[in-house]
Design a protein around this ligand. Structure first.
Ligand code: ASP
Length: 469
């Protein structure tokens, strides 16, 4: 007989079924033992009595979190014992046979609470147990639904999902790169993408016109509690579009996600307001203001676009101009002399989407004139030779017929954390790292075997590694 899910059991009244899962709780009442069995869908009550002797004895031995297969008859619960708190609360299963698939040690922490009360290091070390918690399961399911919705929505709008390489070359997004040594070319390194920025632009040169990707991004930044070295973006790029058209796609997508998957939430203003960077800075002293009218209400969503950002900012420590978004962003003037004369006064075709005080997406129209792009790189302090080595491929590509293009990328975790009312992005990731970038379950990062290091032609400074410990 095939196993059915706990959620399906009420449809099988009067039938013998097989369920499988974990013992959530066990209650011994002398001649009757109750097992609450748990699977991905929820709980169901199983009744074991000495009438089925073997099953009864196994049930008495069983402990919480053991994994069992139970065959039994689904019956209506006697009046007065129905439990309206669980979906299967009108029925119970009278066990006929029980198989023990595996036993379980006592778990290091409780999993029937929301878990916020438990030290996070422990939760991350045993993440596979932590994920048994209904709250985290719900978060993973919500994440899946949002991703699936994004894929469907964009596919219907004519976008093509394309995967771009993970082993690649540095693309500036303002962070340090994670690098991977090449064994075949000793002394050389790949960089993990801070974003697929250059690839998605090159896909426009290729004529794709509407690209998207659920992209993993890697940024080696200084530890901060609510940052992750790798995170997921919905990454989009389009050809022949205006800034308004790109914002409009994202606005429709997010509105539909909220209305379909989170109907209890209220979008404060539709269409999303568009604010000038200068105005929000003056009024809120932040480029990601929390615009909620009622901050007490967990269901209030205040989306807004911030537009007309400055193109460049002066980096005091580095003594140079840097791009506020990234160098591929198109300045609102194409006059390179004017740009060079007063970089601080130039605005960019850049837009951020903010939600309840968080930046949840950012994008721009791109500079597609190679000479202008080279000028921007130069202004940012790159030497002519360096520009060729770092960005020659892109500048060359733009000499073979490049469409005007632009795009946006939106951080999945932050959006989900806001929607699910979670205090940090780790709660919406299956296997997050700690705030200081360690994987406590897999023990990463870790030292390499000397043989591996030798193959890679790498010598580590022992002292450095020791010091870190
Ligand atoms: N690559 C940018 C980012 O990760 C987004 C974009 O400009 O499309 O912020």
């Amino acid at each position: 007989m095939n196993r059915i899910l706990t959620s399906q059991t009420p449809d099988h009244k009067g039938e013998v079924v097989v369920i499988a899962g974990w013992v959530h709780t066990r209650r011994d009442h002398g001649k009757i033992t109750f097992l609450d069995m748990r699977d991905r869908e929820g709980l169901v009550q199983v009744v074991c009595t000495p009438q089925a002797k073997d099953a009864y004895e196994t049930a008495q031995k069983a402990r919480t979190e053991w994994v069992l297969r139970i065959e039994g008859m689904v019956q209506e619960r006697p009046e007065g014992t129905k439990n309206p708190d669980i979906a299967t609360g009108t029925i119970e299963i009278v066990a006929q046979a029980i198989t023990v698939y595996s036993q379980a040690k006592t778990l290091p922490f409780a999993i029937d609470t929301d878990g916020y009360e438990i030290g996070e290091e422990k939760r991350l070390q045993y993440r596979y147990l932590d994920l048994r918690r209904p709250r985290l399961l719900h978060n993973l399911v919500s994440r899946h639904r949002v991703l699936q919705f994004m894929r469907d929505f964009l596919s219907k709008e004519g976008f093509i999902e394309i995967e771009t390489p993970i082993l690649t070359k540095s693309t500036p997004e303002g962070a340090r790169d994670f690098v991977v040594p090449s064994r075949l070319y000793p002394g050389t390194f790949y960089a993990l993408p801070q974003s697929p920025q250059q690839y998605k632009q090159l896909l426009q040169v290729a004529g794709i016109e509407r690209y998207f990707q659920i992209a993993r991004c890697f940024r080696d930044e200084d530890p901060r509690a609510d940052r992750q070295p790798e995170f997921t973006q919905l990454d989009i790029e389009m050809s022949f579009v205006t800034q308004e058209e790109i914002m409009e796609v994202i606005e429709r997508l997010y509105t539909d996600i909220v209305k379909t998957l989170f109907p209890e939430k209220r979008i404060q203003k539709s269409p999303f307001p568009r604010h000038n960077y200068k105005d929000v800075m003056e009024k809120y002293n932040s480029d990601k203001p929390d615009l909620r009218e009622n901050k007490e209400d967990p269901n209030e969503l205040a989306f807004a676009f911030v537009v007309n950002f400055p193109m460049f900012e002066w980096k005091k420590q580095e003594n140079r101009w840097d791009a506020v978004h990234h160098p591929f962003t198109r300045p609102q003037t194409e006059n390179i002399e004017a740009i060079k004369k007063d970089p601080g006064s130039i605005l960019a075709f850049q837009y951020d989407l903010v939600l309840n005080g968080y930046e949840i997406a950012g994008g721009s129209l791109r500079t597609y004139r190679p000479d202008l792009l080279a000028g921007v790189f130069e202004l940012m302090g790159n030497k002519k030779e360096d520009i060729q080595t770092k960005f020659g491929h892109l500048l060359e590509a733009f000499e073979y017929g490049v469409p005007p293009h632009g795009g946006i990328a939106s951080g999945l975790e932050r959006f989900l954390a806001v929607l699910l009312g979670e205090p940090n992005i780790r709660e919406v990731m299956a296997f997050p790292k700690t705030g200081d970038s360690r994987d406590l379950m897999m023990h990463a990062p870790s030292e390499l075997d000397p043989v591996q290091l030798k193959e890679l032609g790498i010598e580590t400074k022992k002292k450095l590694a020791q010091k870190k410990k």
